[in-house]
Design a binder for this molecule. Structure first.
Ligand code: KG4
Ligand code: ZN
Length: 353
């Protein structure tokens, strides 16, 4: 198939005004966006299900899938309308196909396949975590690989070398809970509603970060790997012991001390990896990249070392489809395509994408 927006020869494509429709449904956000040339966001529509899942203290996969099914059509339609586009103007459809909740992913993947087939558009499968990393290209068009990225979301905690726009090497990963998961579980223990991370962040601003001292876990084997289950257990034990004594715990101090500890763990390992691997360009990505403690400490430590730091704007930290369309652009340029046999995959390493 010849794409009218591609010019140039030798496979060295130079696309002009390539509009990509991105679709994201890996967890509890139904999202669609139109992004031109991987950098200009023409629309970015996100339908969040937070209010409904809040009733259950976390994401209920079955409810998430049902809501995606109800939302996907109007979300995609709104994204096209806001971008002042029809499907005819779209050069390719990019969709998150892994990793995530399988039923939730399937809604976006099925919809994108149908749209691509009906509109005779190329279909580009996008890895969700690659999308989070690509959010940085939207906020910082000057950012170019290679660089080192700390990826912290609800399901993943990685230190990854971004070798080029579509190739990664994961040098550190969590052995148990992801950073966002730890925020959410600790929030529940302290009594903050879902989504916990954002509520801990708000509470931490009112507390004393030195009030409690929590352990910094040592992970045998790889010095860049994380482990958050010990920290989570330490907070839970502290809360239970205090309750058993009939005493009151200051939730704001606890939130501040916990957030300080998580930030120190994440940032110290990232700095160690950067120094050892010779990176002076650092990026942050994933839902937890919105956290003020992590952003603040990472900024300070990068400044100390003269490292250049890139962090997504808040609107691109959580799940959204602009980041998927952006990564879809780079995947498209690298020749990545899917056909109607594309399936959703719940677990997939960034390196195997
Ligand atoms: O990337 P994301 O939106 O979804 C996944 O791909 O998992 O990340 C969601 C995670 C949740 O655990 C949420 O509590 C956390 O990001 N999060 C935060 C903040 N905002 C969202 N964690 C700490 N501080 C925040 N401000
Ligand atoms: Zn995410």
């Amino acid at each position: 198939m010849i794409y009218p927006f591609l010019k140039g020869g030798r496979g060295d494509f130079s696309p002009t005004a390539l509009k990509i429709l991105g679709i994201e449904s890996s967890c509890d956000e139904t999202a669609a966006a139109v992004v031109e040339d991987g950098k200009t966001v023409l629309s970015n529509v996100v339908a969040s299900q937070i209010d409904e899942h809040k009733l259950y203290g976390g994401v209920v996969p079955e409810i998430a899938s049902r809501r995606h099914t109800e939302n996907i059509l109007w979300v995609v339609r709104s994204a096209l309308e806001e971008a002042d586009c029809t499907l005819d103007d779209i050069g390719a459809v990019a969709v998150t196909y892994a990793p995530g909740l399988i039923g939730a992913l399937l809604v976006g993947v099925s919809f994108a396949k149908g749209l691509a087939m009906a509109g005779k558009k190329p279909l580009v499968p996008v890895h969700h975590i690659a999308g989070h990393i690509a959010a940085n290209y939207l906020s910082h068009p000057g950012l170019k690989p290679p660089y080192l990225c700390l990826v912290v979301s609800g399901g993943h905690s990685h230190i990854a070398e971004v070798l080029d726009y579509t190739r990664y090497r994961v040098v550190g990963r969590t052995r148990d809970d992801a950073a966002g998961e730890c925020f959410d579980k600790v929030a529940r223990t302290i009594g903050f509603p879902y989504p916990g991370g954002k509520n801990i962040d708000e509470a931490a601003k009112l507390g004393n970060p030195e009030a409690f001292v929590f352990p910094h876990p040592h992970v045998a084997g790889s010095e860049y790997d994380f482990s958050f289950s010990g920290l989570k257990t330490a907070v839970i034990n502290l809360v239970h012991n205090t309750q058993q004594k009939g005493a009151e715990i200051n939730r704001f101090d606890l939130a501040a001390s916990f957030q300080k500890t998580v930030s120190e763990i994440l940032v110290s390992k990232t700095m160690k990896a950067a120094e050892a691997l010779g990176y002076s360009k650092i990026a942050l990505a994933g839902g937890v990249s919105a956290n003020s403690g992590v952003r603040g400490l990472l900024s300070a430590e990068c400044k100390k070392r003269g490292f250049e730091l890139f962090m997504p704007e808040f609107k691109y930290c959580g799940d959204n489809a602009a980041m998927i369309a952006c990564q879809g652009y780079f995947d498209f340029l690298s020749g990545k395509r899917a056909d109607e046999s594309l399936n959703a995959v719940a677990t997939m390493s960034l390196e195997d994408k």
